[in-house]
Design a binder for this molecule. Structure first.
Ligand code: URA
Length: 278
């Protein structure tokens, strides 16, 4: 039954059937990890793309494109403590965190333009945490991440590894929609990071699947292209949690030829999870 469901979802992803392999051993997982040590955590990518756009432009994830132009990052705000009088984030449970996020006004533009914050959804005890970039228009309207077309493909990707939304938790780097779907700014990612870090601490997943270049760069504190980030096991600085990077489903909708690589990433994620759980 599960195989049949996976087969249907693989078809939905546009991916031919595959033959299951033996799960990775811990040693194999270690071998898949990057040989160089992960960079130290920083609040935001060092070389952001300061691109402002009027309509949802395509995400560039293929990796062949030139890296973003070098830029001197502006000093980031101190987000280690909540603003005036708010409770210490480290003391909040998920409900308390959701309330604080809903009242957040750290990014004046986002707070002024959002319909609502999009905190995250799923099983708070999930082994799998999926992290995307930021809510889009539909997510902003409904208050739930990944509910548009990209969300449908994300569901298909999860189902292909026998997961549904109730077995995962889904969140974003930003809890607010950037106007006109522009890229999140580094200071916005930095402002939002304490919320995400607390979500990660509370959910305490066994593995993080991060979708898309922007989310991956922000989470891992790197400006490496997606092509060099995918296909290996990263460790989230400060937690040691395994992180697998793959393409954003919105990108895959536009670039179906890369679905095959996404499928390889999903299989790697599943193998790492099996090794973590075993
Ligand atoms: N894209 C994302 O990265 N996150 C969402 O929630 C929706 C679309």
């Amino acid at each position: 039954m599960r195989d049949e469901r996976q087969r249907r979802y693989l078809e939905a992803m546009g991916i031919p059937l595959w033959a299951p392999r033996k799960p990775l051993t811990r040693a194999a997982v270690r071998a898949a990890e990057p040989s160089a040590p992960a960079p130290e955590p920083v609040a935001a990518p060092a070389t952001p793309e300061p691109v402002s756009r009027a309509v949802s432009p395509p995400r560039r994830e293929g990796g062949a494109s030139a890296p973003p132009p070098a830029a001197t990052p502006a000093p980031l705000p101190d987000t280690s403590r909540p603003p005036g009088g708010a409770p210490d984030i480290a003391t909040l449970d998920l409900d308390g965190l959701r309330e604080q996020v809903a009242a957040c006004a750290r990014c004046a533009e986002l707070a002024a333009t959002r319909t609502q914050t999009v905190f995250g959804v799923g099983n708070p005890d999930a082994d799998w945490l999926v992290i995307g970039e930021a809510p889009g228009a539909e997510e902003d309207r409904r208050g739930e991440p990944f509910v548009g077309r990209a969300g449908q493909l994300l569901d298909a990707m999860l189902a292909a590894i026998a997961l549904d939304r109730q077995q995962a938790y889904i969140a974003n780097i930003l809890k607010c929609r950037p106007p006109n779907n522009r890229d999140p700014r580094p200071e916005e990612a930095a402002n939002c990071r304490p919320w995400l870090d607390r979500q990660i601490a509370l959910i305490h997943p066994k593995l993080i699947l991060v979708v898309g270049r922007i989310a991956a760069q922000a989470l891992l504190g790197t400006d490496a292209p997606l092509a060099s980030l995918r296909g290996q096991v990263h460790r989230l600085p400060g937690t040691g949690l395994p992180v697998i990077v793959t393409y954003h489903p919105a990108y895959l909708l536009r670039t179906p030829k890369d679905k095959r690589k996404a499928w390889a990433d999903l299989k790697l994620a599943r193998q790492v999870m099996a090794a973590e759980a075993g």
